[in-house]
Design a protein around this ligand. Sequence first.
Ligand SMILES: [Zn+2]
Ligand SMILES: [Zn+2]
Length: 251
Amino acid sequence: MTIPDTTAAQPCEVCDVSTSNRCSSCAKAGVDLFFCSKEHQKLVWKAHKPHCGPGQANPFSLAPLTDDELANLRSRAHLPIGTLGGGISTTAVALAEASGHPFEYVLQHLEGSPLDSECLPAKPFLVSLVRNSRFAMLASSSLHEQPRSVDEIFTFLAGNVLARCCDVDDVPRDLTTTEWFTPLLHKLVILASLTTQVALLEGEARDILVAAKWLPVVRERTTKWVRGGMGTDDVRLRNALRHVSLEYETE
Ligand SMILES: [Zn+2]
Ligand SMILES: [Zn+2]
């Protein structure tokens, strides 16, 4: 699963040890994800697998919105939300502002693959925003419903980051063309995978112990990378992300 090669060594995505072993399928797709050992690659494999290799890794494959998510969006789009930043009042307004299109137009084009974005160049971002706004509303309601799966925690984290990127005026609408979008989502899947294993005690007991050991390391490194501008030297991106949190706490 991992291939040693001549690429300059980088920190393992799990433990920070410098290594030149990469996920071989992702390397073929032009994405560098370094793992020092099979053990550390396996620890996050279940979550990484749907996004691994040619056709899935680059651009990062995001799940389409389900019928349930679309119905939920329609029912709450015009209700007030308070936590998306920028003084944005409702999900409908957030989607209109982020896309540059009226909300009704966005709604018509949200179905299907987030990467099929001809009519809606910002679609990957808008899909993440829809999912994140659902959590934002749940958090402010009395339901106390918390994300429960890798996908949900990943969405929560990605939404936190992407919602702030939206404050930067000239971030390209088609995020898949940016150099940071794909690596960001890969890193967040790895973080979400470890978070899930620790928070929900999901997986083999031994793996949970290993995940608990490395979660703070991965969270700190990923937070630092995001706050530092996600591998770019874009000062506005850095400013927008200066205080972003990648903490996820269960009740
Ligand atoms: Zn490692
Ligand atoms: Zn891979």
